[in-house]
Write a protein that binds this ligand. Structure first.
Ligand code: SF4
Length: 313
């Protein structure tokens, strides 16, 4: 098991000792007691990778009968970045955000949502992510995902172009025309800042307002756990994005602070927090917000009727 710096709990090395597994941290920021540290350097990437694979191969005979590997395989397409997403959307001759902006303006795509963040042991693993993403794409909302939430989407097959079958008619048409999945993998959770870069580029492309807070977009971290997820959510809110959680922030003891974060902040910074423990209802908080922004921009009504509210698959 190879780990870098993200959310690596110190108990992991004791856990690995319960099995045959060797734990290998690769970052100087993540050194742990009692495990072999193999520091990663880009210039020697192949050599270091070979060393790690050799360690794994040599350890294979120690695998006991207590190892259970689920008989389930899935495919996913990744690698949608700020540097290439407009090429993918617009093709060689029109590599801009124009096709995406037009799809939103014409009412084929309702808007976009970032569904990101952790898994949380308080709930069923992946349930919040998968349920919310399916509800969003069914309602013609294009989803971008990062971090552990993106892995949930990949395991569910939402990062294959064939997942267009689960979308509303307008979004399905766009995904099939361009050949993209309705849930785009844009990196790890520290790449969330890149989602804001994409949003800034969409604003710059024109036709959807003057500021990120004008866009028909929303964010969510349905299963958040890490404090890092809260700080990421806060910079989304501060940048003008309505951001929804299923587990509320631990602020409910203060009526005043709760009101500030979930109502008043929008007037000050353009974004605010929302929460609902039910991922379908949380998705509809986002869809309602996207509809509100579409209305403010005086965009055309949606081209096709989508499934009735709450009828998630
Ligand atoms: S999504 Fe959450 S749990 Fe996963 S790496 Fe990021 S902060 Fe950590």
């Amino acid at each position: 098991m190879v780990v870098d710096v993200q959310c690596i709990m110190p108990a992991l090395s004791s856990l690995c000792n319960c099995f045959h597994t060797k734990l290998i941290p690769t970052s100087p920021k993540c050194k742990m007691e009692g495990v072999e540290h193999v520091e990663f350097h880009e210039e020697a990437a192949m050599e270091i990778a070979r060393k790690i694979i050799k360690t794994a191969v040599e350890n294979f005979p120690n695998r006991g009968s207590d190892v259970h590997i689920p008989d389930h395989k899935e495919q996913a397409i990744g690698g949608f970045t700020t540097e290439n997403i407009f090429h993918i959307l617009g093709g060689f001759y029109r590599s801009t955000y124009r096709p995406l902006n037009n799809a939103i303006i014409e009412g084929r795509v309702r808007g976009a949502a970032g569904v990101v963040g952790c898994n949380n042991p308080k709930g069923r693993h992946d349930y919040g992510h998968i349920t919310m993403m399916k509800e969003l794409i069914k309602n013609d909302v294009l989803v971008v995902a990062t971090g552990c939430g993106a892995i949930a989407a990949a395991k569910e097959g939402l990062m294959r172009p064939e997942a267009a079958d689960l979308c509303g008619k307008g979004l399905a048409e766009v995904c099939r025309a361009v050949g993209i999945p309705p849930v785009l993998h844009v990196g790890s959770c520290v790449d969330n800042s890149r989602i804001l870069t994409i949003l800034a580029n969409v604003v710059a492309e024109g036709g959807l307002g003057e500021d990120i807070s004008d866009l028909p977009v929303a964010g969510a971290a349905p299963e958040w756990m890490s404090e890092k997820a809260v700080s990421i959510g806060m910079y989304f809110v501060a940048s003008g994005v309505y951001t929804v959680l299923c587990q509320p922030l631990p602020v409910l003891g203060s009526e005043k602070l709760t009101r500030l974060l979930t109502e008043e902040l929008e007037d000050q910074v353009g974004g605010m927090w929302g929460w609902d423990p039910d991922p379908v209802k949380a998705a509809h908080l986002m869809i309602d917000h996207i509809n509100k922004k579409r209305k403010a921009l005086k965009l055309r009504p949606m081209m096709y009727q989508t499934a009735p509210v709450g009828a998630s698959g």
